[in-house]
Design a protein around this ligand. Structure first.
Ligand code: SDX
Length: 427
């Protein structure tokens, strides 16, 4: 067997190299296992499998640590901006002031969509879920931007990366406008990345729109909290799609589709709907009991995490941001009180303690997004907007990794062994 200090792991009579990262669990390189033993490993859900080597994001689930290129998420959320974090994830280092200005200018010059894409929205029902629209429109970008789909060309990869980061706010805002029957607003590049998104979402042609700096700062911080998160389900989807050589727009559309699931990015919408369904704190015990009942499929949405077996550091920042925004805007929402009490009761319950279930990034995000004015159906679209930075950075890392090849897992087959066809008249 192996421990983290040895250099090999013995499986049967074979030795497999152990590789150590800069921090975190070591890995056993089992790429030759099947060729040498005729056996596969079995790891549904990939709970013990490293799919790649990465330098982007490190998570220590036991300690509740999240680092982007080594910088703690709490420091980035408090002191950085989403554009600066985007630069960091794409370029390995924090930018100088001049580098940040150039990057922000470059992104702002890609915020408009091809005018014909606006027609694309008209094919959807007005009540289409914004994530359905995001999947369709982002996938359609590959039909418009052929000059940045050659993944072998680093320059085209960079243009496609900038286009995706820049256009997601425009696409998401247009999805919202379409759902409420209001006209689309063009980007205003005199505004910040996040301010531009707020204006395109909540502004109307009939009057000027003043970006509220408190809301702008809070939303920018929320985008930072959602930027990247190691090899989560949607990022792994983007990497797997990219491993076949698919163009970056198709890969990001695949990531959006995966993120939509309520076990993943769809949890923020589900969490607020759950908190509203609970309504008042006196009904919390009923829902705690349901979450613990093996015969009830109900789960506390916004609770639990595959990696964090401690508090999700993003949830800490999110809760603090809710308080700051509510205090600053002089607003309140009884749902926030319900969320705080639900967290307190759950964390004292031995079921949640034993299974190490803590609030995750999705538990509080809906409270503040709702206070800003977003409908719950837009919450996951905002998650996708922010996570595009991480998806794009991870996709670029995968494309540039000499060890990467098309992803093609195997299986444990338990179906019928070979048998002969029986004509229908003889069955
Ligand atoms: C995100 O991977 C990432 O990094 C994702 C993410 C990112 O930034 O990309 O962090 C974003 O997706 C956050 C998670 C959002 N999802 C939710 O909040 C949905 C509710 N949570 C779960 O469904 C669940 O906790 C998962 C999906 C998040 C994690 O599932 P796992 O790791 O596969 O764990 P599991 O389902 O095997 O649960 C372990 C045990 C089970 O009980 P037993 O079968 O062992 O008896 O804990 C229980 C589960 O029933 N459990 C819960 C629970 N979550 C897990 N019980 C009640 N309520 C919950 N929320």
């Amino acid at each position: 067997m192996s421990d983290a200090d040895t250099q090999t792991m013995t499986i049967g009579d074979k030795q497999y190299p152990v590789r150590h990262g800069s921090v975190g669990p070591a890995v056993t390189d089992i790429r030759k296992l099947y060729a040498q033993t005729g056996m596969f490993t079995y790891d549904p859900g990939f709970t013990s499998t490293a799919s790649c080597e990465s330098t982007l994001t490190y998570i220590d689930g036991d300690e509740g640590v999240l680092l982007h290129r080594g910088y703690p998420i709490g420091q980035l959320a408090e002191q950085s901006s989403f554009m600066e974090v985007a630069y960091l994830l794409l370029n390995h280092e924090l930018p100088s002031a001049a580098e940040l200005d150039k990057f922000t200018y470059t992104i702002s010059r890609h915020t408009m969509l091809h005018e014909q894409l606006a027609q694309f929205y008209r094919g959807f029902r007005r009540d289409a879920h914004p994530m359905a629209i995001m999947c369709g429109v982002v996938g359609a970008l590959s039909a418009f931007y052929h000059d940045s789909t050659d993944i072998a060309d680093p320059h085209q990869r960079m243009i496609a990366s900038h286009r995706l980061i820049a256009k997601m706010p425009t696409i998401a805002a247009m999805a919202y406008k379409y759902s409420v029957g209001q006209p689309f607003l063009y980007p205003d590049n005199s505004l910040s990345y996040t301010g531009n998104f707020l204006r395109m979402t909540f502004g109307v042609p009939a009057e000027p729109y003043e970006v509220n700096p408190v809301v702008e700062r809070a939303l920018d911080r929320i985008f930072i909290l959602h930027a990247d998160h190691e090899q989560n389900a949607s990022t792994s989807t983007v990497r797997l799609a990219g491993s076949s050589g698919a163009n970056p727009f198709a890969c990001i559309a695949a990531g959006i589709a995966c993120l939509w699931g309520p076990a993943h990015g769809g949890a923020n919408e589900a969490a607020l709907n759950m908190l509203r369904e609970i309504g008042t704190p006196d009904r919390i015990p009923e829902y705690i009991a349901r979450a613990k009942d093996k015969n009830d499929p109900f789960r506390l949405m916004g609770f639990g995490h595959r990696v964090y077996k401690n508090y999700d550091p993003r949830a800490t920042v999110m809760q603090k941001t809710v308080r700051e925004v509510f205090d600053s805007l002089g607003v309140s929402d009884p749902v926030f009180e319900t969320a705080l009490q639900l967290e307190e009761i759950a964390l004292k319950d031995e079921y949640f303690a034993e299974k190490k279930l803590f609030p995750n990034v999705d538990f509080y995000s809906g409270v503040i997004l709702s206070a800003i004015g977003f409908p719950t159906t837009m919450f996951t679209a905002l998650f996708a907007l922010a996570r595009t930075v991480g998806w794009v950075a991870q996709w670029n890392e995968m494309i540039s990794d000499p060890e990467q090849k098309i992803g093609r897992p195997r299986q444990l087959y338990t179906g019928p062994t070979q048998r002969d066809y029986v004509p229908v008249g003889e069955r």
